[in-house]
Design a protein around this ligand. Sequence first.
Ligand SMILES: [Fe+2]
Length: 135
Amino acid sequence: MQERRDFLKTSLVASAGLVAATVLPASASQESKASIFAYTKEHQGRWEGKAGSHAPVVTIEGNKVTVETKHGMSEAHYIVKHSVLDANGNVLGEQVFFPRDAKAISTYEIEGKYTELYAMSFCNIHDLWVTKFSK
Ligand SMILES: [Fe+2]
């Protein structure tokens, strides 16, 4: 019985290692590790060629941060949500969209200085995209 448990344990560990190796080479940078969870302009993954219409575009005027996804909006295919997070994953702002909205554009008042902020945009077909920025 102990041998069977050891075999199962070894198999699970080996399987997990295989999946991790397939998804992420050991030499992957911290930046590319983030791309496991979201696509970026630099790491478009299975949605290669879609960055222009999915990677959020960020503009900053003082404390006003504007996030836009240059994506069409229709019942079948639209941007569901924007979020802005700090480097610790704290949500500083978010906005939900509906297919009837003309554009996927949102604005946030964010006070203070940040070296690392993340604008997230979720498409109902093409998954989650992120743009890193600072202000
Ligand atoms: Fe899309």
